[in-house]
Structure formats: C-alpha cells, structure tokens
Design a protein. Structure first.
Length: 77
C-alpha cells in the first residue's frame, strides 16, 4: 500500500483520459466521461503522482495518507 492517495474533482475534470492511460489500475472514466479513483493502491506513488501531474486541468489532488499533507497540486499558502 502506497503513501499517496489521489482524489478527483469531477467538477473540474474534462475527461481527457490522461490519468487512465498513466495509471489504469487507479483511475477509470465513469458513465459521464469523468475520471474517478477505482483503486487508490492500484499503482505506486510515482505513477500516481505522474498521473496527477499529467492532468491538463489539475483535477487530481494527491495527499500523503500518513500525514494528510497535500502533495499535488501545491497547497496555496
């Protein structure tokens, strides 16, 4: 089990599918064409972060499951 936990802001998601290509065991497109997390432990932390960084609208948030700190996108100060 990885330390990184992703979530998808479906209101922001445009359904590009980049995340499903990068981490297909973690993300899938739902019946509305929006990304959703199907298994937060479906890939390693590096792959989850790559999927989040690859999202063209930054709809994926990644937090450290152990500390709760937001890792991506960078938390606004």
């Amino acid at each position: 089990m990885g330390k990184f936990k992703p979530s998808v802001n479906q209101a922001r998601c445009i359904g590009s599918g980049d995340c499903t290509e990068t981490a297909p065991a973690v993300f899938q497109l739902d019946e509305n064409g929006k990304s959703e997390v199907i298994d937060p432990d479906g890939a390693g932390d590096e792959t989850i972060m790559a999927a989040a960084r690859g999202c063209p609208v930054k709809a994926i948030t990644v937090v450290n499951a152990e500390t709760g700190a937001q890792l991506f996108p960078a938390a606004k100060r």
